[in-house]
Design a binder for this molecule. Structure first.
Ligand code: F0G
Length: 353
């Protein structure tokens, strides 16, 4: 439990829970919707909001779905959970697993996950299997082994993950009083776009929202199977969180795109890094590179023939920038300025620029 209700308690009537489902929480959900000070006005948007999913307890949106997947695993009497991950799912699984006494096993692509995420799984005490292959190889392996090791699979192919993640849409609708005109988000394994669309449709059915948003999903150009319409054998992008060549929720992501009148397009790594630094320097928001793909995509919408002027738009910033300190260190291009600890030295140094 947490003092403020987590997503299971807050949205219990919208979730598949029974009297036996434990109302567990690490304080996930209720994340800030921050109005853009600079990017939105430059684009002429009516209002541009950033939903800071990095403010969740393990620093990413994965906590919303993981809390429910773990609650259902506990309800079913499971002792062990397993997932494949580019890092954030494993951090969330490890945290909830640790808190509620489940053994957590995570399969990650060897050498390809951001340092902060690896540190989290280690600190929470998960067993970390570094797979000699990609995320897609790890995902296939997990599906192969799950029954043999008597574990609950907590990737987003677990329907409770999608159910939990749809609460992001409810929060947006409650904060705005209706759905936005458009919502931009990164697409990797494609669970989140699937979950948001389910959430918005339910919000409309239940009278919480009058309208539905257009969902604008963005893949990294080197890992864009949905855009290309075919699997990518060797996905490559600086945004390791979405370095995925064969998304598990491919079909439902395409449905979300088409039903919402939206699109799924790609953004180059260069555009991702530009948006990542723009968010940090123009908005004071430090998100991870994959998250910045949403804003990189927003900045491309004009080119794609989509008018953003006068629109209310939400960008989902899926994970905290601290997850991936290596990218900031390499890409922010700021040199440390070494100085003696006295007034004269500091003043003289500052005069130089
Ligand atoms: N943003 C971040 C920060 C992510 O970690 C992920 C996915 C996505 C976006 C894409 O979301 O998969 O629902 O389309 N991370 C997964 C993981 C794959 O293992 O942590 P998606």
């Amino acid at each position: 439990m947490s003092v403020r209700p987590g997503v299971i308690e807050r949205y219990r009537e919208f979730l598949p829970i029974t009297e036996k489902t434990p109302l567990i929480s690490l304080g996930e959900g209720s994340t800030p919707m921050v109005l853009s000070e600079n990017i939105g006005p430059r684009l002429g948007c009516k209002a541009l909001y950033f939903k800071l999913e990095g403010c969740n307890p393990t620093g990413s949106f994965k906590d919303r779905g993981m809390v429910l997947a773990v609650a259902k695993a506990l309800e079913a009497g499971k002792r062990r959970i397993v997932c494949a991950s580019t890092g954030n799912t494993s951090a969330a699984a490890a945290a909830y697993g640790a808190r509620y006494g489940l053994e957590t096993i995570v399969l990650v692509p060897s050498g390809e996950i951001a340092l902060g995420k690896l540190a989290q799984a280690m600190a929470y005490g998960a067993r970390i299997l570094a797979v000699n292959g990609s995320f897609d190889d790890a995902m296939t392996t997990v599906i192969d082994i799950v029954d043999a090791i008597d574990a609950e699979l907590v990737n987003s192919v677990n329907k409770y993950r999608i159910e939990g993640q749809k609460t992001g849409a409810f929060e947006i609708v409650e904060d705005l009083g209706d759905a936005p005109d458009m919502m931009c988000l990164p697409v990797g394994n494609a669970g989140n776009i699937t979950a948001y669309w389910k959430g918005y449709k339910e919000a409309q059915t239940r009278g919480m929202a009058r309208s539905l948003p257009r969902l604008m999903g963005f893949q990294a150009a080197g890992a864009a199977p949905i855009v290309l319409g075919k699997r990518v054998a060797h996905p490559e992008t600086i945004a390791t969180a979405i370095r995925i060549g064969n998304p598990a929720s491919w079909k439902t992501a395409v449905e979300a795109r088409d039903e919402s009148g939206g699109l799924i397009d790609k953004v180059e790594d260069r555009e991702i890094i530009d948006a990542y630094l723009m968010l940090a320097r123009d908005e004071g928001i430090f998100c991870e590179p994959a998250s910045a793909a949403s804003v990189a995509g927003l900045l491309r919408l004009g080119e794609l023939g989509v008018d953003v002027a006068g629109k209310t738009i939400v960008c989902i910033l899926t994970g905290n920038g601290l997850k991936d300190p290596g990218t900031a260190e390499k890409r922010a291009l700021v040199e440390l300025e070494y100085v003696e600890p006295d007034l004269e030295s500091v003043v003289n140094l500052l005069k130089k620029h």
